[in-house]
Design a protein around this ligand. Structure first.
Ligand code: 2HA
Ligand code: ZN
Length: 271
């Protein structure tokens, strides 16, 4: 196996945070079976020094990611359950380094060859790497990408007349003051496309170039952030707003919502 030298302290902190948040996602009921996936750009946080990368297991990517050449990521494994990632993140996820051409990647960890035979990155790897490329190109500090099936947000995009960014934001901001405060740019709406497809990856990159959260029609949510806690919190806050909306409807009344002036006032708050 590869002679990879990893700065373990920084890495352990990040992996422990991934495990903690994966557990919350499971507890929330957003992660049936293998639903959802997480990736974290580790390039600056850890120094992974490949002494001999020819010894690492190498795989081709379905399309090249040249801008990410040499960058390292933690990615959850395809078919892996959030509840298992919470318990044992490095048996249910991988650390990969995009090779110097960007056409493939080396698997740095886990170092157990038997597990490597079956462990593959998330089926949404094209979306994750396309988003990391966009983030890397614009030089922002965001490092984390979370995809999950937040039930309340999935339900919102089942309402055809709400499938529009402006309409979704008006409802989400209106249901709770914290939503405008913590997600001031709101969400983008991505019309339904095949999961795992290049088309969905391209549409998601476009959506996340303007917002930190994208709602995938009838599927789930993608969010980007500087650390995994804050990224999860944005999804949690949005899910709260959606939950208030549905609770009011279930109780038989149309929620009044905050007024435009109240939402504008919240947008000016500085923390
Ligand atoms: O990881 O959620 O969209 C499984 C999925 C695919
Ligand atoms: Zn999904």
């Amino acid at each position: 196996m590869a002679e990879a030298v990893i700065n373990n302290e920084a890495l352990n902190r990040i992996i422990a945070s991934v495990a903690e948040i994966a557990g919350y996602i499971w507890d929330k009921g957003w992660a049936e079976k293998n639903a959802g996936n997480i990736s974290v750009n580790l390039t600056e946080a850890v120094s992974i020094n490949l002494k001999d990368d020819t010894l690492c297991s190498h795989r081709e990517l379905s399309s090249p990611f040249t801008a990410l050449a040499g960058q390292c990521f933690f990615v959850t494994g395809t078919g892996k359950r959030m509840r298992d990632i919470a318990r044992d993140p490095l048996s249910n996820g991988l650390i990969i380094r995009i090779d110097d051409t960007g056409n493939g990647y080396h698997i740095i960890a886990p170092e157990d060859k038997n597990r490597l035979a079956t462990l593959r990155p998330t089926s949404e790897l094209p979306s994750h790497l396309a988003i990391h490329t966009m983030i890397s190109n614009r030089g922002s500090k965001q490092r984390v990408v979370i995809h999950t099936h937040a039930t309340e947000l999935c339900a919102l995009t089942q309402i055809k007349e709400l499938c529009d960014g402006d309409k979704l934001n008006r409802i989400l901001w209106g249901m709770h003051p914290e939503t405008k405060v913590f997600i001031p740019k709101g969400v983008s709406f991505v019309p339904y496309l095949l999961p795992g497809s290049k088309e969905l990856a391209a549409a998601t990159v476009d959506a996340l170039s303007k917002h930190d959260v994208a709602l995938w029609e009838k599927h789930g949510v993608f969010a980007i952030g500087e650390n995994i806690e804050d990224t999860f919190d944005m999804i949690d806050i949005l899910a709260k707003s959606a939950s208030v909306f549905f609770t009011c409807h279930a109780a038989g009344f149309e929620p009044e919502g905050l007024s435009d002036d109240q939402i504008d006032e919240l947008g000016k708050l500085v923390f």
